[in-house]
Design a protein around this ligand. Structure first.
Ligand code: ARG
Length: 561
């Protein structure tokens, strides 16, 4: 639709000797379908009033003998907007074409893209802070894959940081004089030990030092500590996987920072041989300042004076490994926006040293906040476990209506997912939002359950069709729904280009409102013949659009609700 209109405008402009690629956008006036604002740009270039240029273009278009095939009305409004209302013929022609196209006719892409949207830390349970990253990252992954790209998701576990030394120290205290192989503990033990040790380290300087020593030895490959590390890893990563699975969040690789350590000898040699590192008080650093920086960008420290490696070293090592193993065109990080300075540093370090010359992008996500508009915390002030949030949402939905208590467990889980994900993905990823369980669980309003309900309701109304859409449009709401459906291709293209899943969420909501309106005003029962067939075609395509876009956002449709 957009392409056709742009083509017509461009031809008219060309005949008038205006050389330009016009852009058609949705109109924000209720009575008009589309608009083109390019007369303003042409005005600057050709030194004429925008209104005059717009009039010339519209007159030219109206001269065409096929005018009425495409347009219901085209006019100029001051000071130079071109208003376009399309003909029913064009709507139906475009819709027929769209229905037959694979993947709504989106342009195919063919890049290799690595995505990093995990980053949980081993020995600690997933908390609410991991939710946005996972949901947004998986949605971007799904969208890029839909466009034909080869995507590779890597979880990038924090598996060798200070928390590992702390937990190992705790274990050695609780199981004294035991062979490391024989020490046995479970997940509950881990879940208690980490917060206990972390608190102790804050109070006790001695303990903190000992834990740091253990961490350092572990990083250097200490075999004995590694035995305990293995046990912690298995328990914790199993649990992390269980929650990600529940959220339908998946990774192709479960590499951790500890895997990046294997790259260090080779990478450090490369960096030193090429004089990319500088010594600064015994520490090894990479300078990343640039001349036009408006703020101070500190150097990237990659090895401390005591020989220890840092968070940045493991990210650089990981880029080194990704380049070697996958040779991607791009690496995308969906990580908390508060790490954006850090990513500026490592991206610059990686570019400057030519560890990786492809694209590196950080999409810094906002936080999920509590009612106080601060990152979600439990009553006692700790980070809320993701599993507890999931349980709370489930409870809220079950209590909404008596019949929800008897719902199929799998359906219930799909709805819980829709609540969490739609709440999240309706916001631009950079923004923080307040998680209002009550509001997000309702079947009315801008919620996951509302979209799911719309789908299921329409599905029940469908009675089959022969696939031949007639040239009729029956009323205003019918026209509105068809026009809305025609937007789907652009919406996906835009979401993919800008990596903004919330475009899909906004569209899903707007489409659902119109589709609800459609069946409330056009009763499907009692219809016969052509109109029944046409409505069935339009509504079943509507549901294909809803389902496809929901799936891209990681939301799946329950059997009933
Ligand atoms: N584990 C890190 C943290 O808890 C997040 C990792 C994000 N990903 C990355 N490639 N740095 O802060």
């Amino acid at each position: 639709m957009y392409t056709k209109l742009e083509e017509i405008l461009k031809n008219a402009m060309q005949e008038l000797n205006y050389n330009y690629e016009p852009k058609v956008i949705k109109s924000n006036v209720e009575t008009v379908d589309f608009q083109c604002d390019d007369a303003f740009k042409l005005a600057k270039e050709y030194h004429k009033a925008p209104f005059v240029i717009a009039e010339e273009i519209v007159t030219k278009i109206k001269e065409d003998k096929n005018f009425s095939n495409y347009f219901k009305e085209i006019s100029v409004s001051k000071p130079g907007f071109i208003n376009i209302s399309v003909s029913d013929t064009l709507i139906n022609k475009s819709l027929k074409e769209l229905i037959t196209q694979d993947k709504f006719g989106v342009n195919k892409e063919n890049e290799t893209i690595v995505l990093d949207y995990g980053g949980p830390n081993v020995a600690k349970p997933l908390h609410v802070g991991h939710l946005r990253t996972a949901i947004i990252g998986q949605a971007i992954n799904n969208i890029l894959k839909f466009k034909g790209n080869k995507t590779i998701a890597d979880v990038h576990l924090g598996d060798i940081g200070t928390q590992m030394g702390q937990v190992i120290y705790g274990i050695l205290n609780d199981f004294p004089n035991q062979n490391y192989e024989d020490i046995d503990f479970d997940l509950n033990y881990l879940n208690v030990t980490y917060p206990k040790m972390s608190a102790l380290c804050k109070e006790d300087e001695e303990v903190r030092k000992k834990c740091a020593e253990i961490t350092k030895k572990l990083q250097e490959g200490d075999k004995n500590y590694r035995i305990l590390w293995d046990k912690i890893y298995k328990l914790s990563v199993n649990d992390i996987k269980r929650i990600y699975d529940y959220l339908d969040v998946h990774f192709d690789y479960w590499y951790g920072e500890s895997d990046a350590y294997k790259q260090f000898p080779e990478m450090m040699k490369y960096l030193e041989d090429n004089n990319y590192v500088k010594l600064d008080n015994g520490a090894k650093i990479i300078d990343v300042k640039e001349d036009d920086d408006k703020i101070d960008i500190p150097p990237c420290i990659i090895q401390k004076s005591d020989g220890a490696y840092l968070y940045a070293t493991s990210d650089l090592g990981t880029i080194w490994q990704r380049k070697k193993d996958f040779n991607p065109d791009e690496i995308i990080y969906v990580v908390d926006a508060r790490q954006s300075m850090y990513f500026t540093q490592i991206f610059r370090a990686s570019k400057k040293t030519h560890i990786f010359d492809g694209k590196l992008v950080h999409y810094g996500n906002g936080t999920v906040n509590g009612k106080d508009n601060k990152p979600f915390k439990t009553r006692t002030g700790g980070a809320l476990k993701l599993e507890d949030l999931i349980k709370e949402v489930k409870k809220e939905f079950i209590n909404l209506r008596p019949e929800n208590k008897n719902m199929d467990e799998q359906d219930l889980d799909k709805i819980v997912n829709s609540i969490l994900k739609f709440a999240d993905l309706q916001n631009d990823l950079t923004r923080n939002y307040i998680f209002d369980i009550k509001k997000f669980s309702e079947v009315n309003g801008k919620t996951g359950p509302y979209i799911l309900y719309t789908y299921l309701r329409i599905n029940k109304l469908l009675t089959g069709n022969d696939g031949n859409l007639s040239d009729n449009i029956y009323n205003d709401i019918d026209r509105k729904l068809r026009l809305k459906l025609l937007e789907v291709t652009n919406v996906i293209e835009q979401a993919s280009k800008e990596r903004r899943p919330h475009y899909l969420a906004s569209y899903l909501y707007e489409l659902s409102v119109i589709a609800n309106n459609f069946y409330q005003n056009n009763h499907m029962t009692g219809l016969e013949g052509q109109i029944k067939n046409d409505y069935n075609i339009v509504l079943s395509f509507n549901n294909l659009v809803l389902k496809t876009l929901l799936n891209l956002l990681g939301i799946h449709i329950p059997k009933t609700m």
